[in-house]
Design a protein around this ligand. Structure first.
Ligand code: 13P
Length: 286
């Protein structure tokens, strides 16, 4: 089984300053397509699931699909739970085989968030799993979690203290990034990433990847964003290709589900490959 620890994946990427693409997958087709993209690029890859996707499938069914599809894949893969404020879901996914979780407690006071993240890290370690931490909300909703309002920012000292005391493996700073398509060009605090990595040696997670420019990605990866999250671009590739195909099917009155799925798969593979290559992950599988 090619499944590896999130920490190994990200520590290597941070050391070599490339980004590991973390794609939000939504079903079997997208899991298979993202894995195929990683194999074609010979790249490590992170598959992440929203709480909504876990609930839609049920933990064991979703993990079963992941296991079946990843079994013969010859590149390193990690399964991660994206933004999760609920401790019960965190515990469930850790017990169910996830390799990593984002405990998103940014709505709590930092002190409470810190105390609970320490517990989550201890629990994750019992399963050999990793933890991503967050103390500021990333703007925009991701599968119904989060808010369209900008959240309160914390000082650099507070963030460094949180990372050190909790022992999180990766940290998600709010740097002007946002989930979903950007409504206006983002004004990113690149320096914050450099400062956090320099002070802690811990890799950063870049959220809100969809819509950033190539230059923004490359600069943030060079500063230490070793995990680069892409969700909206995958969802749009999946849905828009489906729509295009279905319009044609209606026009021709020809309805063949496997052709639709193949068309959607190609679109997701293409999108995933483009991101992996841009982030410098191609050829980095071991
Ligand atoms: P996008 O939807 O903007 O790609 O962001 C993905 C993300 O950060 C998932 O947590």
């Amino acid at each position: 089984m090619p499944v590896v620890a999130m920490k190994e994946l990200l520590d290597r990427a941070l050391a070599d300053r490339y980004g590991v693409a973390a794609f939000n997958i939504i079903n079997d087709l997208s899991i298979e397509a993202v894995l195929a993209a990683a194999v074609e690029e010979q790249a490590p890859v992170i598959l992440q699931t929203s709480v909504k996707t876990v609930r839609m499938y049920g933990r064991d069914q979703l993990f079963g699909i992941f296991q079946a599809l990843v079994r013969d894949v010859p590149v390193p893969v990690t399964l991660h739970l994206d933004h999760c404020p609920e401790r019960s879901v965190i515990s469930d996914c850790l017990a169910g085989g996830w390799n990593s979780v984002l405990f998103d407690a940014h709505e709590l006071d930092v002190a409470d968030n810190l105390a609970q993240t320490v517990e989550v890290v201890a629990e994750a370690r019992e399963h050999g799993a990793a933890v991503e931490g967050e103390i500021e909300g990333i703007e925009g909703k991701e599968d119904d979690i989060g808010s369209d309002e900008a959240s309160k920012l914390q000082s650099l000292e507070t963030a460094v203290d949180f990372i050190r005391k909790t022992g999180v493996d990766v940290f998600a700073p709010a740097i002007g990034n946002a989930h979903g398509q950007y409504k206006k060009a983002p004004n990113l605090d690149h320096q914050r990433v450099s400062d956090l990595v320099e002070a802690t040696g811990v890799p950063m997670a870049l959220h809100g990847g969809t819509g950033l420019s190539d230059d923004q990605f490359l600069d943030l990866i060079a500063r230490g964003c070793a995990k680069v999250n892409i969700s909206t671009a995958i969802k749009e590739a999946y849905m828009r290709s489906g729509l295009e195909h279905l319009k044609e099917a209606e026009e021709k009155n020809k309805w063949d589900p496997p052709t639709l799925f193949a068309f959607q798969r190609d679109a997701v593979v293409r999108t995933a490959r483009e991101h992996i290559a841009l982030f410098g992950g191609s050829g980095k599988a071991w």
